[in-house]
Design a binder for this molecule. Structure first.
Ligand code: UD1
Ligand code: UDP
Length: 384
């Protein structure tokens, strides 16, 4: 039997975390699917951390990252690299994930070669072209080129329907990040980093912080970091763990505002396994990340989102996530409520799972097999 050739294309840490469960599931069907893993390496170290964890060896590595890269750098280097890859392998279908520049360029390159596109984590929208930037348009442009839309939730599906996407091209699967999370968090996990083992998680209240969004660079991040300093002054039992994103523009501001401050641990980005387990021990999470907004509700951890918009409204509705923006007083005020009002804290700290049940990758690959007449079993939907 002729196998179908599937190529996954991704480049950054979150895409790798969320695409890994799909790749591992594709590998399970090697009798009918030939899988090719292509990485642009838009991220280098942060991508490699994930590839090591899930033991995935890329077939093609474009190694495009440069320090302080612009959107033009990423776009042109990835597009050129993918041209070469498609000259060597001509897949039947390309899988891209989410909303990065690699995602969009992967879909565009596939389109130029008239190769079908599957989009994992399809249909997320804020409705604001510049927020998040450039992710909102990356998602929309990718969606326009997509043949199979794997929407994580009904909300995402409805966004696509409202844009005129045909119902029979959309499949609600849950988010693969929950598959990855379930494989990674365990109650008896021991960190290999002594600093993280030594922290007194019972008597200190740990605030876990991550920031990286392009639209927050500059004054918005400064305001957030000043709010953190104010929280430290007012709450003696608060300690901050902050794995700092590798972007030099983020690091410069973090170091100037939070360098050498007692009870602030500025550390390198953590591997996914320690990071997920750290989330499960934190008291509160402050972040502008997309993925963390999906993971923390499953772990019962309140999240204050350092953004003005979110394409992930499900957890806001479930009341485990609050959108607080980046103004000093708003960030400080929202965190203070959770540090002083135990009823408010409890309300946000109840585990909810609007994003998935750990079976998203199975549904995605089952849909692929069904679409290509390799299985008669109709894929089931995730009920979000
Ligand atoms: C990118 C994505 C963003 C995603 C985020 C996840 C785009 C435009 N942005 O943003 O959607 O939410 O990844 O983290 O697609 N760097 C390193 N080593 C690494 C990774 C990054 O040194 O392993 C540094 C490099 O100097 C690089 C810079 O960080 O130039 C920025 O990386 P880039 O991918 O352009 O932007 P992110 O903010 O990471
Ligand atoms: N993450 C990680 N190590 C860290 C910080 C985050 O492994 O030090 C994980 C996190 O659990 C989530 C993903 O990285 O799955 C989110 O990536 P990021 O915030 O960079 O991107 P976004 O989700 O905003 O696109």
């Amino acid at each position: 039997m002729q196998k179908i050739k599937v190529m996954t294309i991704f480049g950054t840490r979150p895409e790798a975390i969320k695409m890994s469960p799909v790749i591992l599931e594709l590998f399970k069907h090697s009798e009918v699917i030939e899988t090719f893993v292509t990485v642009t390496a838009q991220h280098r170290e942060m991508l490699d951390q994930v590839l090591r964890l899930f033991k995935i060896q890329p077939d093609f590595d474009l190694n495009i990252m440069t320090q302080g890269q612009t959107l033009f750098d990423i776009t042109s280097r990835a597009l050129g690299g993918l041209h070469g890859v498609f000259e060597r392998v001509n897949p039947n279908i390309v899988f891209v994930h989410g909303d990065t520049t690699t995602t969009f360029v992967g879909a565009l390159a596939a389109f130029y070669n008239q190769i079908a596109v599957a989009h994992v984590e399809a249909g997320l929208r804020t409705g604001n072209k510049y927020s998040p930037f450039p992710e909102e348009m990356n998602r929309k442009l990718t969606g326009a080129l997509t043949d199979l839309h794997f929407a994580p939730t009904d909300t995402a599906k409805n966004n696509l329907l409202n844009e005129g996407v045909a119902q029979n091209k959309i499949f609600v699967t849950g988010n693969t990040v929950i598959d990855a999370l379930y494989q990674t968090v365990s109650a008896d996990y021991k960190f290999s980093d002594e600093l993280l083992n030594k922290i007194d998680y019972e008597h200190k209240r740990i605030i876990l912080v991550t920031t990286h969004r392009r639209e927050n660079l500059g004054e918005p991040l400064r305001q957030v970091y000043r709010a953190l300093k104010k929280l430290l002054e007012d709450f003696a039992d608060v300690e901050i763990i902050f794995p700092v994103h590798k972007n030099p523009r983020v690091r410069e501001i973090v170091n100037s505002e939070l360098g050498n401050i007692e009870r602030v641990h500025l550390i390198e980005p953590l591997d996914y396994e320690p990071f997920a387990n750290l989330m499960s021990r934190a008291h509160l999470i402050l972040t502008d990340s997309g993925g963390i907004q999906e993971e923390a509700p499953a772990l019962g951890k309140p999240v204050l989102v350092l953004r003005d918009t979110t394409e992930r409204p499900e957890a806001v509705i479930a009341e485990t996530v609050k959108l607080v923006g980046t103004e000093l007083e708003k960030v400080y005020g929202a965190a203070k409520v959770l540090l002083t009002d135990s009823a408010e804290y409890k309300k946000m700290a109840t585990a909810k799972n609007p994003y998935g049940d750990g079976r998203a990758a199975k549904r995605i690959v089952q849909t692929l097999l069904w679409k290509y007449n390799l299985s008669a079993e109709k894929p089931e939907s995730f009920n979000s």
